[in-house]
Design a protein around this ligand. Structure first.
Ligand code: C5P
Length: 233
């Protein structure tokens, strides 16, 4: 059953927590990313935990194994539920992260949803067979190193789902309900398409935080996701 994670991409804790209050019971899982964490630090994670919310700390760690392990240990001790590390950090880094994750689940970032195939070819200096194949290769690396799941765009989720164990988590940003603009994202899909492709968690930022009525936007996405579930069942 897919869940919605609301991305709290705000420059200050008070604005983030105001949104959490506005969303009430319907908002159960929140993502704290680079901007909010750099400004507000661990206290914003503690505030969310105190309100009974689950926390996805999206720090996208990518460094030498010892340094990443230190960051992972600290996040685990903070009571974070999900934390991101870059799969491109390689096997030894993923192993070091996994060893100290404790109860926290780790997600491997594959190829950012803002990256188009031509950007990736320019960055890596080679032709890529296809985006799903590139993402799949990095997801396989994460799975081999016992990382709990991956972050992929909804466009690659179906391929990944077909080749990993059912408990391997698929988390998809790049969610845009019909009629909502793409912003800086390249590989996007609607909430229902992401769920149909096998996503476990949908990360939604601006489609909720930038809406005139964020609570209504969240409810509408929850309803759309529910419809897909009942179609399946
Ligand atoms: O506003 P929007 O819904 O595009 O926000 C998506 C969120 O998901 C952002 O917080 C972004 O950092 C995050 N994310 C992403 N692509 C990834 C990993 C995380 O867009 N590969």
């Amino acid at each position: 059953m897919a869940e919605i994670i609301v991305a709290l991409d705000f420059p200050a804790a008070d604005r983030a927590l105001d949104l959490v209050n506005d969303l009430g019971e319907a908002g159960t899982f929140y993502k704290v990313g680079l901007e909010l964490y750099t400004r507000a630090g661990p206290s914003v994670v503690e505030e969310l935990r105190d309100r009974g919310k689950s926390v996805f700390l999206d720090l996208k760690l990518h460094d030498i194994p010892n340094t990443v392990a230190g960051g992972v240990r600290a996040a685990s001790q903070l009571g974070v539920d999900l934390l991101t590390v870059h799969t491109a950090g390689g096997g030894p880094m993923l192993d070091a992260a996994r060893e100290v994750a404790g109860e926290m689940r780790l997600l491997g970032v594959t190829v950012l949803t803002s990256i188009a195939p031509t950007d990736l070819e320019a960055t890596w200096g080679r032709k890529i067979p296809s985006m799903p194949e590139e993402v799949g290769r990095l997801a396989d690396l994460a799975a081999r190193h016992q990382i709990h799941g991956v972050v992929v765009s909804p466009l690659e989720a179906a391929l990944i789902r077909s080749r990993v164990e059912p408990e391997f988590l698929i988390v998809t940003p790049g969610i845009r309900p019909a009629g909502v603009g793409r912003d800086d994202q390249q590989r996007v899909a609607t909430p229902s398409a992401a769920v149909a492709a096998g996503a476990d968690y949908l990360v939604v930022g601006r489609a909720i935080t930038g809406a005139n009525d964020p609570e209504a936007a969240l409810h509408s996405i929850l309803a759309e996701v529910d419809l897909v579930k009942s179609d399946d069942g």
